[in-house]
Design a protein around this ligand. Structure first.
Ligand code: 5GP
Length: 164
């Protein structure tokens, strides 16, 4: 078995569509999609189009500094979304992966108390995640290479593409 899970752009296309289908089949109609930057931006955009939700918000959370290298705890970076915008809303939190689940727990706790309902949608969930997401495309215990971050930088200043 390969050491890493590879999510190519092509696979992401079908993964995000299948994830959206699961949410639709469950009858969940979010008012707001709350995207966790940066990886969650791709997922939130794809789900927003697939579910026809135009109201997207962004939260910046910093946790990982490298492969398996983390800060002590996830931190919210400014600007933090205005809680008033989320009050009474049915929120769908979108991220690329729930690993420890620490990031999603932080965001869930931030939403708790303001919103009518909060559910999480991720492309991948690891078995040890402390948050069990309502909507998961695939489960894995391996490190995932995402199309958007497997090589950094993807493009050099001179325009030389390092990774398609
Ligand atoms: P958590 O808070 O659940 O431990 O991790 C959340 C964030 O860490 C993810 O949104 C992602 O940016 C990063 N992360 C965690 N596991 C992986 C992984 O297997 N591959 C990549 N590329 N990023 C990961």
């Amino acid at each position: 078995m390969a050491e890493r899970e590879e999510l190519t752009w092509e696979l992401f296309g079908s993964a995000s569509r299948e994830l959206a289908q699961r949410i639709a089949d469950d009858g969940y109609e979010p008012d707001v999609i709350l995207s966790i930057a940066r990886g969650g931006l791709f997922v939130a955009g794809a789900l927003g189009y697939a579910l026809d939700v135009k109201n997207l918000h962004v939260m910046n959370v910093e946790f990982y500094t490298g492969v398996g290298e983390r800060l002590e705890m996830p931190v919210m970076l400014p600007p933090v979304p205005n809680a008033v915008d989320l009050t009474g809303a049915k929120v769908l939190v979108a991220d690329d992966v729930a690993d420890t689940g620490g990031t999603l727990k932080l965001v869930r706790d931030f939403c708790a108390g303001h919103v009518a309902d909060v559910r999480c949608a991720v492309v991948y969930e690891k078995p040890w995640s402390e948050v069990k997401c309502e909507y998961v495309w695939r489960r894995t215990d391996r490190w995932i290479n995402f199309a958007w971050s497997r090589e950094r930088p993807v493009v050099r200043h001179e325009g030389q593409v390092l990774d398609a």
